[in-house]
Design a protein around this ligand. Structure first.
Ligand code: FS2
Ligand code: SF4
Length: 541
């Protein structure tokens, strides 16, 4: 195996024996093979699209498979093997419908399960010898994975975009090319960012269309005295159906990590048994799931494989793109019917109520509509000098000790600054008492990493309100934490909107070669972080 797609990659260079995330070598290789098959399907489907007859099943298979390979989504050998088999079958069918001249190996190769392991060894990241080409190809792949996650959640709410499917597949086709150069790949990277904005806007429309605009909300972080189900990941449709099916059963529903922003939506918070947010960011689950007592449902990435002696390992349910050997899989919707959550609900009834680990509330719900409603107040506070600067501290949290930087940075920001956040990075500081400025909380949580679009909209609205011609003239500093590939598409989206001087930490991606990093530094002013002391001086200057 060789995988360097996330921030926690081994030694800061690449996981080669086993993933720091827990992904075993065999699964990592199978994921590479799945991506290889997906690229072949994209080649065929692009031809079909040119002929005016794209295959919808291929559209779905492609984004679903990209999502499956995102960090912490799917650890199941069996599940990924089945996906490869289904992909090969789909590829055969597409091959009967359309001819491809000079077809790449991605189209030509076929094989049985016995042959998967050998082929997988040859189609991973290291298949590309040139480190800059490899770096850019992987950067695009990772951006597409993030985009696929957004497409999948939006798709579950009935929102689809032919433009996004066409671009995703076009990009995958370009990634099969062995003659593609650095310039072309840089162009493709920026194009990925542009389509990332479209995908994020679509997901925003899907979420707000289904559940209303997020509004300022107090979320309980304590527990009640009923059995509960803890739902993690990002899929709001799964949560809604779980809430509908648990209503009146005596089972409460709690959110973990990135499901927290569900509490901000009017059409979700109306459920009285949506009891609160339990615990912290994804990486703390090994301790927090022990004391939750009830079953846990993963709806998307954020899985940490449990230890062999974990008390909760028989209480794990997965659905959607998720996979974990030994976990109970809740099948997809069929014929317009909701998913069937009866097994997890029955399981919850046999469990004790959760043990409280915190008490009190946290406040969130500052997505673009809510902030726009407060715009006059915000603009006034900036004009009067009550707010000196905004710090976009969106992105991911993770296990590394170096991420204490973000808690310390937030704690030491002066009282006339406001943090704009989205993603699980917020757990580094959303329980600090940072106060407010004229009633505006100093931490404005727009939602999930999937809602980072809101931060872009807020910046564009502020630019308009201040009559500026350049988004970079706003008093906003970008100090973003990344971990996995959804943060990659957010970064590319921000670059495509013209945002410069983004600071990315706690470390720069291992997949950026020195030359590619140089381009990002020179063209976009991207930088890393240093110490809290140094950065406070630099960013406040
Ligand atoms: Fe957290 Fe980052 Fe889980 Fe998001 S690790 S913010 O992209 O997917 O949440
Ligand atoms: Fe390593 Fe991250 Fe890849 Fe997991 S996802 S194998 S931790 S680089």
């Amino acid at each position: 195996m060789f995988c360097y797609q996330c921030q926690e990659t081994a030694m800061g260079t690449g996981c080669i024996l086993k993933g720091v995330c827990g992904k075993i070598s065999e699964v990592s290789n199978l994921q590479d093979l799945l991506l290889f098959v997906v690229r072949g399907i994209a080649v065929y489907n692009e031809r079909l699209r040119e002929a005016g007859t794209p295959c919808e099943e291929a559209d779905k298979f492609i984004y679903d498979s990209l999502f499956v390979t995102i960090t912490n989504a799917n650890f199941s050998r069996e599940n990924i093997t089945e996906k490869i088999k289904a992909g090969l079958q789909l590829k055969r069918e597409l091959g009967k419908r359309v001819a491809v001249d000079n077809a790449p190996d991605e189209c030509l190769w076929d094989g049985t399960e016995e042959e998967f392991a050998e082929k997988a060894e040859t189609v991973g990241v290291l298949r590309t010898a040139d480190e800059d080409i490899r770096s850019l190809k992987e950067l695009v792949h990772y951006g597409l994975k993030g985009m696929a996650a957004y497409a999948e959640h939006a798709g579950n709410l009935g929102y689809k975009s032919a433009e996004i499917f066409a671009f995703m597949q076009h990009a995958l086709v370009q990634l099969t090319r062995t003659d593609i150069g650095v310039e072309e790949l840089i162009g493709l990277t920026l194009e990925t960012g542009r389509h990332g904005v479209t995908a994020m806007a679509m997901l925003d429309a899907a979420n707000t269309g289904a559940y209303g605009n997020p509004e300022i909300s107090e979320v309980n972080i304590g527990v009640r005295n009923n059995p509960g189900i803890l739902i993690s990941g990002h899929d709001l449709k799964d949560l809604e159906e779980l809430l509908q099916q648990t209503e009146g059963t005596g089972v409460d529903v709690y959110t973990h990590s990135e499901m927290l922003p569900a509490h901000y939506y009017p059409q979700l918070k109306k459920y009285k048994h949506l009891a609160g947010n339990y615990g912290n960011a994804w990486w703390k689950q090994k301790e927090e799931f022990e004391s939750f007592n009830g079953p846990i449902l993963f709806t998307s990435n954020c899985i940490v494989p449990p230890r062999s002696n974990a008390s909760y390992k028989d209480r794990i349910y997965v659905t959607g793109a998720c996979g974990l050997d030994g976990a109970f899989y809740i099948p997809e919707r069929k014929d317009g019917q909701p998913k069937d959550f009866s097994a997890i609900i029955a399981h919850a009834k046999r469990c004790l109520p959760p043990v409280g680990i915190e008490s009190g509330t946290i406040t969130g719900g500052f997505a673009h509509a809510q902030v726009t409603a407060l715009a006059d107040k915000v603009v006034e506070a900036v004009k009067s000098g009550a707010i000196r600067k905004f710090f976009v501290m969106a992105g991911c949290d993770g296990r590394m000790k170096s991420r204490d930087y973000y808690t310390e940075f937030a704690r030491r920001l002066p009282a006339d600054t406001v943090i704009l956040t989205a993603g699980c990075a917020k757990y580094r500081y959303n329980k600090l008492e940072l106060g407010d400025i004229n009633g505006i909380p100093r931490v404005l949580d727009a939602g999930q990493c999937n809602d980072s679009y809101s931060l872009a909209v807020i910046a564009l609205k502020l630019k308009e309100a201040f009559g500026l011609d350049d988004i970079n003239r706003l008093p906003i500093v970008y100090n973003i934490a990344w971990y996995e590939q959804k943060a990659v598409i957010v970064l590319l989206a921000l670059l495509s909107l013209g945002v410069k001087q983004i600071h990315l930490g706690p470390t720069l991606p291992a997949f950026l070669s020195p030359n590619v990093t140089k381009v990002l530094v020179e063209q976009f002013g991207i930088g890393g972080i240093s110490s809290v002391d140094e950065d406070l001086v630099k960013f406040l200057a």
